[in-house]
Design a protein around this ligand. Structure first.
Ligand code: SAM
Length: 230
């Protein structure tokens, strides 16, 4: 049974997987596939950005841990935090943790629909969202960025991917290469100009730096957010 949530009718992440689907690893496809490639890519990227085992990392929209299964062994015990709106993907995350023998690393997972990052009770050195803004309209991204600003350390950095449009208010669908994905102004998957992303960040007390292409197989671009004045 699927309960109505803020993403009902926006994208398909309110649909829950069954136990049988999780046991045959269907969750790996639900988060977009490229399980090994995109897990490794996000891990390598964050290490290159300075992620060290002693840092606290928050994975916003962690899903079933495509990145998490790479981050958890690297980070010190207890330093991986994941939050997601989809209960079954968090069950799949638990399945992945068990399958990879990572329970002793005590990752922290939270089911939450409002980006209530303060519930973890810690401040984060690094945060990451892979393929999350690509599925969200701007008001939900604004909620996320406001909570990010409240829960980053002073020097903390948040990396997120999005589909880029060259101009703001791009009402026409856009086709992105590589990957051949068509994005939309007001429909999943969404596109934004960097100016629109920067405006959202600014409203929430964050500055945004466009990193751009980072070898993502479906042409998602990377942006880095920091607290303003850092
Ligand atoms: C394409 S998946 C990516 C998952 C993960 N980042 C990865 O790289 O595999 C998008 C994820 O965002 C989650 N999500 C969507 N809206 C969310 C919200 N409002 N709060 C938390 N998670 C959300 C979905 O449930 C899903 O797990």
């Amino acid at each position: 049974m699927n309960n109505k949530s803020i993403i009902t009718g926006v994208n398909n992440y309110d649909v829950q997987l069954t136990k049988e689907e999780i046991e045959r690893k269907a969750h790996r496809g639900k988060v977009g596939g490229f399980w090994e490639v995109l897990g490794q890519l996000q891990f390598d990227f964050m290490k290159a950005q300075g992620l060290k085992p002693g840092h606290k990392l928050l994975d916003i929209g962690c899903g079933c841990l495509r990145g998490g299964v790479k981050f958890i062994p690297y980070l010190n015990k207890g330093n991986y935090y994941g939050i997601d709106i989809n209960e079954s993907l968090l069950s799949a995350a638990e399945w992945e943790i068990k399958t990879a023998n990572l329970e002793s690393k005590t990752p922290n997972l939270l089911l939450n629909s409002g980006f209530d990052l303060g519930k973890f009770g810690v401040k984060f050195d690094y945060m990451i969202s892979i393929s999350v803004f690509t599925h969200l309209p701007s008001n939900i991204i604004l909620r996320c960025l406001k909570r990010v600003a409240e829960n980053l350390t002073q020097e903390g950095k948040y990396f997120s991917t999005f589909f880029i449009s060259q101009k703001s208010l791009e009402l026409n669908p856009l086709r992105h290469q590589p990957g051949d994905i068509t994005t939309h102004f007001d429909q999943d998957p969404f596109h934004y100009s960097f100016e629109e992303v920067n405006d959202m960040a600014s409203k929430c007390g964050l500055s945004a730096v466009l990193i751009g292409a980072w070898e993502h197989p479906r042409a998602q671009q990377m942006v880095m957010f920091e607290k303003k004045g850092c």
